[in-house]
Design a protein around this ligand. Structure first.
Ligand code: HSE
Length: 445
């Protein structure tokens, strides 16, 4: 190491909002790798002021040399603070704090996916007007540098679609339920203890956190505004263990996927449990790991894999943003990488397609009475709707039930057609409603 190389410029002084799992990870990574990081920035990065709700809470890091407060606005407004790092999460007061930092012309690094998904359009506009920026690598897929990859590494490509496992807690729960047969509540409690889950874990299990992240990735991939309200979202909580088992018998894994796809008439944005062929790499992403598969017209498929949550993986992304921001401090604002990958005047307001227009395959589980003609009636309804069956298994009835399960896989078709066919099937006397429906993606080109 050559000390002189990074002592020529004074240290950059950071104000940190939040000293929880991620804040603690950021302090530890910055302290442990201080020399490496200084070599990359050409100067040192120092956290000088930090805010937490409680100053006496147990910490995973040393706070030596950091001025502490319970008043986050005093950190933002401290004239000695050059860059604000927000890792407190939640909409408020994070929103007001970031707005204030931007109005003071201070760059902001945030891990706050909900805030970026809901308020990012206005925040980016404000940052650009002030000649500053908001960096948010840690908002999506924890430590995976997916924002930088979409925005810069794949800049040559027309991105056609992306699909990702982008909620670590949900994937952790699904994996433990599948492999260890543990209950949903038990695994969720472990994910909370490990610091993976959101303050309100419903955000994880109901797909809302994944929808925030999908909103952000789609905006960058397609150069469109953030459109969280357009994301179709279905959670994991209704998933039955028998469907996980039948899916495996058919050669599939069930994963909670976020999918964004470009069409001539708009984009589809959806988060839901999905059957994926077992041979795909994505189907083998387990535990708290995340992965995002991106299809670019020039590069073809690329897969990004890593820890999707946790103190230091998330800190890895926060600190990478800090390094980026430090490097841009002296750059002309008009020559910085734009927030949404395209220059602001080129952001294109693509419509989000309704779910009824989406084309996908389906897994259906029907509970039917064990009597002649039932299967023929179901097959006729599917044929009348032009639905092609790809595979079918019929299971034995349990001793306690008058109904037996039939599991079908269909070729891809439009959701509106599937909805009509399911209504017709549910109207049959011999079929118990509701029919279980899980979407299937081949994830081929
Ligand atoms: N609750 C989130 C997850 C944290 O489990 O993925 C990382 O964004």
């Amino acid at each position: 190491m050559t000390d002189s190389a990074h002592t020529a410029l004074p240290p950059v002084r950071v104000g940190l909002l939040g000293l929880g799992t991620v804040g603690g990870g950021v302090i530890n990574v910055l302290q442990r790798n201080a020399d490496q990081i200084a070599r990359r920035c050409g100067r040192r990065i120092e956290i000088i002021h930090a805010a937490a709700r409680r100053l006496d809470a147990p910490r995973i890091c040393s706070l030596d040399g950091i001025l502490l407060t319970t008043d986050p606005m005093s950190v933002v407004e401290n004239p000695a603070v050059d860059i604000v790092v927000e890792v407190m999460g939640g909409m408020n007061p994070a929103h007001a704090l970031i707005e204030r930092a931007l109005s003071l012309g201070k760059p902001v690094v945030t891990a706050n996916k909900a805030l970026i998904a809901h308020e990012g359009n206005a925040l980016f506009e404000r940052a650009e007007a002030q000649g500053t920026l908001v960096a948010f690598e840690a908002a999506v897929a924890g430590g995976i540098p997916i924002i930088k990859s979409l925005r810069e590494g794949l800049a040559a490509n027309r991105i056609e679609w992306l699909a990702g496992i982008i909620n670590g807690t949900g994937n952790f729960i699904l994996t433990a339920m599948r492999d260890a047969g543990r209950s949903f509540a038990d695994v969720l409690a472990e994910a909370q203890a490990l610091g993976y889950a959101e303050a309100d874990p419903a955000f994880d299990v109901e797909g809302i956190d994944a929808a925030h992240k999908l909103t952000i990735m789609a905006a960058i991939a397609f150069g469109m505004p953030l459109k969280f309200d357009g994301v179709y979202t279905e959670g994991l909580s209704a998933l039955q263990t028998e469907d996980v088992r039948y899916a495996r018998e058919l050669g599939y894994q069930i994963k909670q996927l976020g999918i964004a796809r470009r069409h001539p008439e708009g984009v589809e944005l959806r988060v839901h449990p999905t059957l994926i062929p077992e041979r795909r790499l994505l189907a083998n992403v387990d535990g708290v790991k995340n992965a995002v598969l991106v299809w670019g017209d020039a590069v073809g498929p690329t897969l990004f894999y890593g820890a999707g949550a946790g103190a230091e993986p998330t800190a890895s992304a926060v600190v990478a943003d800090l390094v980026d921001v430090v490097r841009t401090l002296t750059a002309d604002p008009t020559h910085r990488v734009p927030h949404l990958a395209v220059v602001p005047s080129e952001v294109s307001d693509l419509p989000v397609l309704p779910m009824s227009e989406v084309t996908t395959g389906y897994y259906l589980r029907l509970m039917v009475r064990d009597q002649p003609g039932v299967l023929a009636n179901i097959a006729r309804i599917l044929a009348d709707h032009g639905i092609n069956i790809e595979a079918m298994i019929q299971k034995e009835a349990s001793e306690t039930s008058a109904h037996l399960p039939i599991v079908l896989l269909t070729h891809p078709l439009r959701e509106a057609v599937m909805n009509r066919a399911i209504l017709a099937i549910e109207a049959l006397d011999s079929v118990q409603a509701p029919v279980v429906r899980i979407r299937v993606e081949s994830l081929a080109g």
